[in-house]
Write a protein that binds this ligand. Sequence first.
Ligand SMILES: [Zn+2]
Length: 222
Amino acid sequence: MFVGHYGPSFGLRRASGGVPLWVLFLAVQLVDVLWAILIMAGVEKVRITPGFTASSPLDLYYMPYTHSLAASAAWAVIFGTLAGLVWGRRGGVVVGLCVISHWILDLPVHVADLPLWGDAHKVGLGLWDRPVIAFALEAGVLFLGTAIYAQHARGKLAVWIFAVVMLAIQTTNFVMPPPAEPPQFAMMALSSYVAFAAAAWLVEKRWGQGLEVSATAGVTRR
Ligand SMILES: [Zn+2]
C-alpha cells in the first residue's frame, strides 16, 4: 500500500490536537522511510522480480527491523513518545497510531512477508494479486480520511484535488517500468515520502484546517 497509508493522516489530524498534517504524513510512512534507509544501507533486503505480484515487483523477503509487527509497535512507541514531548499526550498518541497503522494497512495487500517478530511468522493477505480490489481498498482508505479532514478544511475542493492527484501518481506505478536496483528504488521511495509530506505542508497551509480545537485551550487560531 502506498497512498492509502495517508488515510489515517487525514482522518486523525483533527483528533491530534495540533500535530501538523505533514508530520502525520511522515508518521504513517515512518517504517517505510526507515525501510528505504535500511535497504540503501544493505541491512534489509528486497528482490525486484517483475510480476512477483500483479501490483508490485517487490519481493520483500527480509525486513525484520521495519515491517515486523513487533518492530512497528516499537517504532510507534518511540516516535509517539517523542511527538508527545512536542505536541502533548494527545498528539503523541495520534502519531503512535499513525506509525502502527502502516503495518495494519500493509497486512491486507502484502503477500506473507510481514513478520510478527524478527524474521519469523510472516503474514499478509496478498491482495496485491487482486489489483482491482487492492486499488479500491487503497482509494477507499485514502478518501475516507480525506472526507473526514475536508469537513473542517478551508479549501475543501483543493484538499480533494490533492487526494485525487496522490492516487493518480500511484497509478503511474502500474505503467512505469519496474525499478532496476533496490537502492535506486529505495531512493525513489524515500524522495516520494518527503515530497508528499512537503505537499501536505503546503496544502494544509493554504487550504487545510485553520481552526484548532484543542482539548484544553478551546479554539485557537493557528
Ligand atoms: Zn511498508
